[in-house]
Structure formats: C-alpha cells, structure tokens
Design a protein around this ligand. Sequence first.
Ligand code: SF4
Length: 169
Amino acid sequence: MNNLSIVKIVEDTTVDGPGFRTAIYAAGCNHHCKGCHNPQSWDIQGGVYYTVEEILEIVKRTEFSNVTFSGGDPLMQPEGFTELARRIRHETRKTIWCYTGYRYEQVLASPELAGILPYIDVLIDGLYMENLRDEALHFKGSANQRIIDVTTSRAAGKIVLWTHEYIKK
Ligand code: SF4
C-alpha cells in the first residue's frame, strides 16, 4: 500500500479546473519557483500521510466532483499518485487534472513520471514564472504553462491543448 504525503484535501473547490473538484494538494516540491504562492508545500515531510485507499474514500464520497492533483508537485511522489490515479480511473467516472512543475516533454521522457499519463485527463505543466504571471489566465498562474489534453495528445503523438469555451488563451 502506497502512502502519500499530503498538505490538504479540499472538497468541492472550483478553482483547480472546471466544475466542482476534490483537490488533493501533495507535499513536496523541488522546483522552488520564484514567487511560488505555496512555499509551505515544498517540504515533503511537512504533509500528513494518507494511504491511497483513504484518499480514494474521500474522492468517492462527493458523487459529482471530479479530481485535481496539485501541490507542491504530485509528480514528486510518482508511484503513489500513479496508483491513486489508476484506482480513480478504474473505480469511478471522474476526470483527473494534474498540475506539475515538469514540462510534458520531461514527463514523457521519464518512465517513472510517465506512468501516470494513461490515467489522467489533463496535465497543467511547467514552472510558475513570475514575469509571465497573468491573472486573466484560467487554471494556471503564468503564460508559459500549458493545459494539455493528455488523452488526445497521447493518441495524436503530439501536444494537444485542452480547450473550453471560456479558455481564451
Ligand atoms: S512547481 Fe508549483 S509548488 Fe512547486 S515551486 Fe513551482 S509554483 Fe511552487
């Protein structure tokens, strides 16, 4: 059973992806972006440990909410989050959005990180760059980050951005 170090779990949030979502904030991040709004999440030892089963129970109790992995960087705990994503994919109809400071190309190139891709719907990738910050952006902090439709990208063999009527850029 994998244990995951978690800063907090927020149910029914509307800020980390479209609609109501259960947001799971991972502890641990080595990217240390300048201007990070959540530096208290950097220490992986600073979280509370949950089993995959315990998080799954929380995810399942809100029937209509989808799921977001945020942090910190969930991909600092790739094994546990891959297992969690796999279980959510197989046991629910919920979509999964995942934030990471890695770029999609880095995730693809690493067998350890890429294992999560078959189980998630959207990856918001890249470091937070203070000089590219734009408050008008939806679901991301800086313009360099991409909201990637992972399912379509994997099928197409190239990066396809997720689109929605209220995403203008
Ligand atoms: S990747 Fe996210 S959590 Fe990590 S330092 Fe950058 S902004 Fe902060």
